[in-house]
Write a protein that binds this ligand. Structure first.
Ligand SMILES: NC(=O)c1ccc[n+]([C@@H]2O[C@H](COP(=O)([O-])OP(=O)(O)OC[C@H]3O[C@@H](n4cnc5c(N)ncnc54)[C@H](OP(=O)(O)O)[C@@H]3O)[C@@H](O)[C@H]2O)c1
Length: 341
């Protein structure tokens, strides 16, 4: 129930009619969670707290279980309430050490055949192969397109639309907070004020350290390497420098925090670092609220994707996109598997 899922609840309320008309799906919210634990959702039988009351409580800094009438439930009860056609949506805070509640909940969900959609990168970066196998074994769907560049369809397009291609190189400005901070600092703003702006927009992590030290960029790069390039790699393999070591740009240059992956035989070289790039180049020409990806493959040549995202709405919309693909059983969804594989 942080920025992303609060935006998602708003989208679900605004778009319910359109989703039903276009795709024949509805998304009753049967359970919600924050650090206080799980509670019955507004659409669960016996759920006595409305979406509006939950949003108001969270906006006021209160925990879900503090809301009068909230019914505390366990993770297992939440998954029972969802049932086998349910979808667990993980937008909990990042935990790069253990995967945190997101990974624990995803394992429990997939074992029961409940599908999972991630905005939280932790579980995908740490345990993608295990989660993919669990989903396949239990007939559940898996979506993670919101974990990389918010609403920009990097993961889904990369997995679905680069059929038979081999990567030569993949580069990206994946972290909007560091891009905003570098851009604002170049305009003369202090680091603290720039981080505050990113937090006000809902795009920074609660603790922005991982945005600025390159961990967030490294995780997104790793997710693309593992799930789009389909190479074995771990976070420890990423050579990483944060924006504190940003170089002084020459005239006509700007600094961007760039993640880069280059296949090298069976391995892959991965690097995250702040680099000075010409203002007229692809990465140099993007705006302070932009995220951008460039990939070079043998069959599709060079492709570039860029998005401007000033808040958490596109990420919430990406969560919904994956949920709709799963609910509709769309064969072109993010967890596309080739027959016999
Ligand atoms: N914001 C974006 O634009 C964006 C874009 C792409 C990906 N993401 C990823 O999406 C996730 C959510 O982002 P956000 O901006 O919504 O973050 P956020 O506002 O900080 O929200 C995180 C939520 O996770 C909850 N949480 C933390 N630990 C928990 C636990 N152990 N059990 C249950 N709930 C727990 C928090 O509970 P409390 O409310 O009690 O603190 C909070 O509601 C993050 O992993 C982020 O990296 C965000």
């Amino acid at each position: 129930m942080g920025n992303v899922h609060r935006e998602l609840l708003g989208i679900l309320a605004r778009k319910a009619g359109g989703l039903a008309d276009r795709y024949g799906v509805t998304f009753p919210v049967v359970a919600c969670a924050d650090r206080s634990g799980f509670v019955l959702g507004p659409d669960a039988p016996g759920g006595r707290v409305s979406t509006a009351a939950m949003l108001e409580a969270k906006a006021g800094g209160r925990r879900l279980r503090e809301i009068p009438g909230a019914a505390p439930i366990s993770l297992e009860e939440a998954l029972d309430a969802a049932g086998p056609r349910g979808i667990l949506l993980d937008a909990a805070s990042m935990d790069v050490e253990t995967g945190g509640i997101g990974l624990r909940a995803a394992r429990a969900a997939l074992h029961r055949g409940v599908s999972v959609v991630f905005a939280n990168k932790s579980a995908v970066a740490l345990a993608f192969d295990e989660l993919e196998a669990l989903a396949a074994a239990n007939g559940a769907g898996l979506g993670w397109s919101a974990t990389v560049c918010g609403g920009l369809p990097v993961v889904n397009a990369g997995r679905r639309d680069l059929v038979a291609a081999d990567f030569r190189r993949l580069r990206g400005v994946f972290n909007s907070t560091s891009n905003l901070v570098l851009g604002r600092m170049a305009e003369g703003m202090s680091l603290e004020d720039a981080v505050t702006e990113a937090q006000r927009r809902g795009i920074a992590e609660t603790d922005p350290t991982n945005d600025l030290n390159g961990i967030d960029t490294a995780l997104k790069l790793l997710i693309l390497v593992r799930t789009v390039m389909r190479r074995k790699a771990s976070l420890a393999d990423v050579e990483r420098t944060g924006i504190e070591a940003a170089p002084e740009p020459a005239a006509g240059e700007v600094v961007r925090l760039v993640g880069e992956a280059v296949p090298d035989g069976d391995a892959v070289r991965m690097r995250v670092a702040p680099v000075a790039v010409p203002r007229g180049s692809f990465f140099g020409s993007i705006g302070t609220l932009d995220m951008a990806v460039e990939w070079e493959t043998d069959l599709f040549s060079t492709q570039r994707l860029v998005a401007t995202e000033g808040d958490a709405v596109p990420t919430a919309a990406a969560v919904l996109r994956d949920a709709v693909h799963i609910a509709c059983g769309t064969p072109t969804g993010p967890s596309l598997r080739i027959a016999g594989s």
